[in-house]
Design a protein around this ligand. Sequence first.
Ligand code: GLA
Length: 681
Amino acid sequence: MTEPRSIRLDALAYGGDYNPDQWSEETWVEDARLMVEAGVNIVSLPVFSWPQLEPTPGVYNWGWLDRVIEVLWGAGIKIDLATATATPPSWLIRRHPEMLPHNVDGRQLEFGSRQAYCPSSPIWKENVARMTRAMAERYGNHPALALWHISNEYGDHVSRCWCPASAVHFRTWLRNRYGTLEGLNEAWGVGVWGQRYTEWDHIEPPRTATGPINPTQLLDFERFSSDALLELFQVEIDVLREVTPDIAVTTNFMSLLRDLNYWDFAAVEDLVTDDAYPDPADPLAHVGAALNYGLMRSLKGGAPWLLLEQSASAVSWRDVNVPKAPGQMRIDSMQAIAHGSDGAMFFQWRQAKFGQEKFHSAMLGHRGEESRSFKETKALGAELKKLEPVRGTRVRASVGLVVDWDSWWGSSATESLPSQRLNYAVQARAWNAAFFRLGHPVDTVRAADSFEGYDVVVVPNLYIASNEQAAALTAFVERGGQLVVGPFSGVVDETEKVHTGGAPGPLRELLGIEVDEHWPIPDGIHEKLEVAGESFAVSIWSEWLELISGTEVLGSHTSGELAGRAAVTRRASGTGAAWYLGVVPEEAGLDALFRRVLGAAGLPAREVPDTVLESVTRSSEDTDYTFVLNHGTEPLAVTAAHDAVDLLGGAVADGVLVLPRYGVAVLASARTGAVPFIGRV
Ligand code: GLA
């Protein structure tokens, strides 16, 4: 693989989506002036402008875009240039209505919103390649070009398509995977409910059927659908690599998203970018954001990424769209930078006057220069200049959390499961939240990684587990790692066949347990778990565990049918240990267990769980930059080294730093071996 190309920008990125085709040319000039005033150095455009660039087939109208780019570049502003393929023009659809996507009921979706295409449509791909080439040939040598922005939020509206073109593509994908029809029949376990296929053409995408659909067919459709969008992404990448081989490419991700395997997407692009919209009405939104950002920095092995879109204040797509309070936009931006983003960008620069997003906030609100959002935008732009030393540095984290799309899809695509309540993303978020409360940022890893640099690896769920993953996890434990595995793991292989002997299949020796039966807990019922004399509630899930000799019981059920049986176990192996949770404990239970895990790894942990204080360290070779964030609405005092310097100008007095509501400090100090751990006074 070639080295990733870098964004052509020599500062932290600051700017937003810009839709100049919604505004007059005089406004462009004013925009450029205000952008400079705000410290903006890059904008994304023209994301949705294909119809304006090619109003009739084959006739391009570049003039307006040429002029916009000249106005911006004249002011020194660079461009994250979109290939304009986020949405097709109406003429293309009317010529080729077959490119419209179909929903799960086989009904065609209409034009009138965006992303009105089937990812597998050959006509769409052909036109996407043509448009991308036209853009690259037109602007590929422009000095303002900093980055290619391919499409927009793949899968946002259409991540799966059940149309005839998808059916053809799905069959090709299945042929590549299984080779023969017999191979497919074997993989799909067609002996159940009489589903043997005798012709490839008989296979369809899993549209709404008479009852529960074959789970492996559903799982393969999830894999295929992610791959179909990946192939579409690759169509554009190939053109861009050919015409502009030195310019970095990206597509904006949507945080921890179920439908696309971002490990695969990140592998083919140069820079990971993300769109993140923590809800200002949710006082714990930053906890989830921490996991999203942990994923982003981990997708390319810890390399800096970029927050490409966030809101300046309210969005317009929730039921209730609460604005960001003064200071919230700043701390949200700082949190992303703390977690490795080399900049903070927005949707969008100027608030729209019309259309679906006119009530969505922007850096420049409807009131223009007087708007609160513009004032905060200017202030943040000035502050980012002070953070220049952190650009290019990397976050240090001791904990890795496994994100495995196959297990996510397998444990959610089918309704034929022990319970519908054990939700992959909810569990992953709950485990991340516990580490947040204990003071640790979490990277994400793959189950078959080398886990180098991590002291603790946690696997909230690994429903689909392979021998290769088991070997990697075992090697980690044997050389001293602390591994924690969550319930309903090691259940099936990659074709969803139950592992011989039952769960946890290939993890049996490592975890030292056998699951005799999954024992989901009915809605509304809370059972009890006791760990080291403390009692915790468990809900949703439990398991009848049998132990292999040598496995230690750390926690047992104290109520219900499983009373007296093991619920939490640990087995030593080499110089490390593998912990297993056969339950879903309440927050306090997770905190107590993970505190012990951190202790076993020799890592500090907060005695009192904290949902407000966050500290994340980005390090260069010789300097630690520790971001300290107060996500709460009350002032907060933390301990800091006496000689620590806050890049943002805050003062450390007698080893104490006081952060106001939504306050942030970035403490620079000589790099230490251990990651700095910040506590409350
Ligand atoms: C996403 C999209 C943007 C816009 C915003 C609104 O980030 O990429 O085009 O719709 O959402 O929040």
